[in-house]
Each structure stands twice: as C-alpha cells, then as structure tokens.
Design a protein around this ligand. Structure first.
Ligand SMILES: NC(=O)c1ccc[n+]([C@@H]2O[C@H](COP(=O)([O-])OP(=O)(O)OC[C@H]3O[C@@H](n4cnc5c(N)ncnc54)[C@H](O)[C@@H]3O)[C@@H](O)[C@H]2O)c1
Length: 248
C-alpha cells in the first residue's frame, strides 16, 4: 500500500542527489511530484524518469533564491496539481569548509541565500496551500549534522544549517497543528555535492557506528516517513540520519 496517495509534493534541488531520491521515493508512494531545480536538464530527466515508471511528475526550473521564481514554482504546481501537501526544502550548496576568516561576502551570502533564505521564500509562498484542506501540510527541510555541530562544513554552511533547524522549529511553533514541519540531518551522503570527496567521507565516517557514508535513498526513506501519516505525532524535530555520527 502506498503511503502518500493523492498527495502533491514539491521537492527543491531534485535534479540530483537526495532531492532526486526523495522525488522518486515520493512518486513510488503515490504522490504527484514537482521536481524543482536550477539544473534544467537534470530536473527534466528526473520528471521524465518518474513518468516513464508510471508516476506523475513535472519539472519546474526554479531558483529558490529568487522570489519571482519561487512564486512561479507555486503557481505551476497549483495549475498542474491543484494544491501543495508536502514541501521539501532540499536544495543546498556547500562552502568548501571555508573558515570565517577566509570567507568572502560572496561566499557567505551565496550559501545563506540558497540554504536558508530559499527555504524561507518558498515556505512563505506555499503556506496558504499547505494550510488548506482537512489534512495537515508537511514541510521537510534538509538540514545536516552541520546544523547541530561544527566541523560538518565551514562557517557559512554550518550557520545556514543551524538556522534551518531554528526555522523548522519556529514554523512548527507558529503553524502547528495545521503544518507539521521537521528537518532531516544527514551525515555524509554520496551525491553530486560530495562525489569529489569520497576518500574524505570514508575517513570522516570510519569511526562512526555505521562505519560508512550513506546512499541518497537511505535519506529519502526518512523523508517518506516524515511526509506520511506514520509521522503524525512528529512535529518540529530535526532527525539525525547520520549512521550514528553524532553519538559521541
Ligand atoms: N551530501 C551530503 O553529504 C549532505 C550531508 C548533509 C546535508 N546535505 C544537504 O542535502 C541537500 C541536498 O544536497 P545533495 O547532497 O543531494 O547535493 P546535490 O548537489 O546532489 O543536489 C543539490 C541540488 O540543489 C540544486 N540547487 C542548488 N542551488 C539551487 C537553487 N538556488 N535553486 C534550486 N536548486 C538549486 C542543485 O542544482 C542540485 O541539483 C542540501 O541541502 C545539502 O546541504 C548533504
């Protein structure tokens, strides 16, 4: 039995990595999916892949840092599917582990813009749709273990992900029970973001309980759970999906 029947899910950064896996997993669970990304070819490919497997998906080329583009994402979703039930603010960029003394204004604002301002813009634009209807709206924000401890990124990345967890809690506080907002905190995951640092990820995860990095599908499975009624009493939390990275 599918766990997201008749749901409409918007996933940002869905052209690759975890966003792609989330979009495909949501479609497998019966949701209609809006694949949002700045990467036109990638987003189109993901939507076509979902449709070719019998699922329902459209690609919307959108930049989460741009208010007009975000409005377009919401408008296209309403035109195509009528509402928004699940919003996954997943698009993100890394900061090459740059410490504060070496971070340019451009790097700082660029990372904050995508990782924190983007989720704010799209959540605000989607709120009326998420609040509509009898069922609660669901927001899932892809944070990181860098949202809980230092060292999982540089200054801008760590700050953005700590901020995203705070944003998730405040959203939950202000809009529960109509909206169920949660964050996911992945550890090291093999995606487009990290494919140049596989050796580093192996070293970073060697001492964790799982002793390995993750595949994106392992994070998407948790997103499906959080989007489903199985998570009906899960509000405002930041779920570690990190192979136990944070146990020590
Ligand atoms: N890979 C990891 O180890 C890891 C760990 C913890 C958290 N994360 C977080 O997971 C999320 C997904 O990252 P990933 O690892 O799958 O990386 P990825 O690079 O494979 O995917 C990120 C996607 O976001 C898109 N994107 C970037 N800027 C955008 C914008 N302004 N508007 C719309 N789309 C944009 C990119 O085109 C890309 O398709 C990010 O928020 C990242 O910070 C990743």
């Amino acid at each position: 039995m599918v766990s997201l029947p008749d749901s409409v899910a918007v996933v940002t950064g869905a052209a690759s990595g975890m966003g792609r896996s989330m979009a495909e997993a949501f479609a497998d669970e019966g949701a209609s999916v809006v694949v949002v990304d700045v990467d036109e070819d990638g987003a189109t490919d993901v939507a076509e892949h979902i449709r070719s497997g019998g699922g329902d998906a459209i690609a919307v080329i959108g930049d989460v840092t741009d208010a007009d583009s975000v409005d377009e994402v919401v408008d296209r979703t309403i035109d195509e599917f009528g509402t928004i039930d699940v919003l996954c603010n997943n698009a993100g960029v890394l900061d090459d582990f740059t410490p504060v003394g070496d971070a340019s204004d451009e790097l700082w604002y660029g990372v904050i813009d995508v990782n924190l301002h983007g989720p704010f813009l799209l959540t605000r634009a989607a709120l009326p749709e998420l609040q509509q209807g009898d069922d609660e709206g669901v927001v899932i924000n892809t944070a990181s273990i860098a949202g809980k401890v230092a060292g999982g990124g540089g200054a801008a990345y760590t700050t953005s992900k700590h901020g995203l967890i705070g944003f998730t809690k405040q959203l939950s506080h202000d809009y529960g029970p109509e909206i169920r907002a949660n964050a996911i905190c992945p550890g090291a995951v093999e995606t487009g973001m990290t494919d140049q640092m596989i050796e580093e990820m192996e070293a970073m995860t060697a001492d964790t309980p799982a002793q390995r990095y993750a595949q994106p599908e392992e994070i998407a499975a948790v997103a499906v759970f959080l989007a489903s009624d199985d998570a009906s009493f899960v509000h405002g939390t930041a779920v570690d999906v990190d192979g136990g990275w944070l146990v020590d």
